[in-house]
Design a protein around this ligand. Structure first.
Ligand SMILES: Cc1cc2nc3c(=O)[nH]c(=O)nc-3n(C[C@H](O)[C@H](O)[C@H](O)COP(=O)(O)O)c2cc1C
Length: 319
């Protein structure tokens, strides 16, 4: 069984990838998407989104990190895909699932699920351009408004030569509303030979088992669940217990140091709040802390709050 850490724009940056793969259980990471319009992007753009390119396309724990591209123009996507692998990405992933209005308006992301032929042209162009040793994967939702094209889209992506297909088992219109329709993935699997990775709404080891059963797929991708429970992959693969809150707090301190040093604190407040918005689903202590944290904007205030929580915990432990 392979577990892939999902791309999550604005949340799963290289520091988050570093930390989660250090905890372990992930076989592959996909980066946040890089938007391709009508040019070959300079190396610095790839390095900004995927600094792991400078260390062999892997996190320090040794997990490969594949660059994800989003766009609608087959040739520009192909050129940028070649650049990504030349810069050290162990393959390329193509995003056909992004629901953002701004992206869809310019014909990128999930809106392409209405254009089966374009999906084919894009995957084919990228597959033909990238050396065969490098995987070219695609990530889709079940459709845009409905599932009328689900099977045709999957077949087109398979016919174009994709190495694997991740299916987020909801339409764009479903947004992130539960459930994820895992049995749909089983239907797709009956129609194509491309290996499929099941994605959507896996929050616990029990969810992972049910998803595997209903989708008939071994391999899964974890998104928000990986943030809600930092050792979710291990709980799935090894039956580990859920990471206790004090350990999560230590991780948060570690992440904060990293994030503030790495980006000089520019994105820290937003990113740590985003992370908390998932942690609070799993940990009551995170929900309590989030009430105070959400109004803070300065890195040092957030750090002070986390330190106070740590001191409180140490005190209550020694009592
Ligand atoms: C904040 C956020 C950002 C995301 N960014 C991306 C992205 O850059 N590329 C992509 O293919 N999917 C993106 N996704 C979708 C996730 O990769 C995943 O398919 C989705 O969250 C469903 O999986 P989950 O239920 O395990 O979270 C994003 C999702 C969220 C919530």
């Amino acid at each position: 069984m392979q577990i892939v850490l999902a791309p999550m724009e604005g949340v799963v940056d290289h520091l988050m990838r570093e930390m989660l793969t250090q905890i372990g259980g992930y076989d592959l990471c996909i980066t946040e998407f890089i938007r391709i319009v009508d040019q070959c992007l300079p190396a610095r753009v790839f390095h900004r989104i995927c600094p792991e390119l400078l260390q062999g396309g892997k996190t320090r724990a040794g997990t490969p990190v594949r660059v994800q591209l989003l766009g609608q123009e087959p040739n520009w996507l192909a050129e940028n895909a070649v650049r990504a692998v030349e810069l050290g990405s162990p393959g390329v992933d193509l995003n056909f699932g992004c629901p953002a209005k701004a992206v869809n308006k310019s014909r990128g992301g999930a809106v392409l699920l209405k254009e089966t032929e374009t999906l084919y042209q894009i995957v084919k162009a990228v597959r033909d351009a990238v050396p065969t040793a490098y995987p070219v994967s695609a990530k889709i939702r079940l459709g845009y408004d409905d599932t009328s094209l689900t099977l045709a889209n999957a077949e087109a992506i398979c016919a174009a030569g994709a190495s694997s297909l991740t299916v987020h088992a909801r339409t764009k219109s479903d947004g992130y509303r539960p459930p994820a329709y895992w049995p749909w993935i089983a239907r797709i699997k009956q129609h194509i030979t491309t290996p499929i990775i099941a994605n959507g709404e896996i929050w616990t080891a029990a969810d992972a088992t049910l998803c595997q059963q209903q989708s008939t797929c071994q391999d899964i991708m974890l998104g928000r669940g990986a943030l809600a429970m930092p050792n979710l992959a291990h709980t799935i693969k090894q039956g580990s217990v859920v990471m206790p809150w004090p350990q999560v707090l230590e991780l948060l301190m570690h992440y904060s140091e990293f994030e503030i040093a790495g980006d000089k604190g520019k994105y820290y407040a937003n990113r740590v709040k985003q992370w908390f918005s998932y942690l609070k689903l799993q940990y009551p202590a995170a929900a309590r802390l989030f009430q105070q944290l959400r109004v803070l904007t300065k890195s040092h205030d957030i750090l002070a709050l986390l330190n106070a929580e740590r001191a409180n915990m140490a005190r209550s432990k020694s009592c």
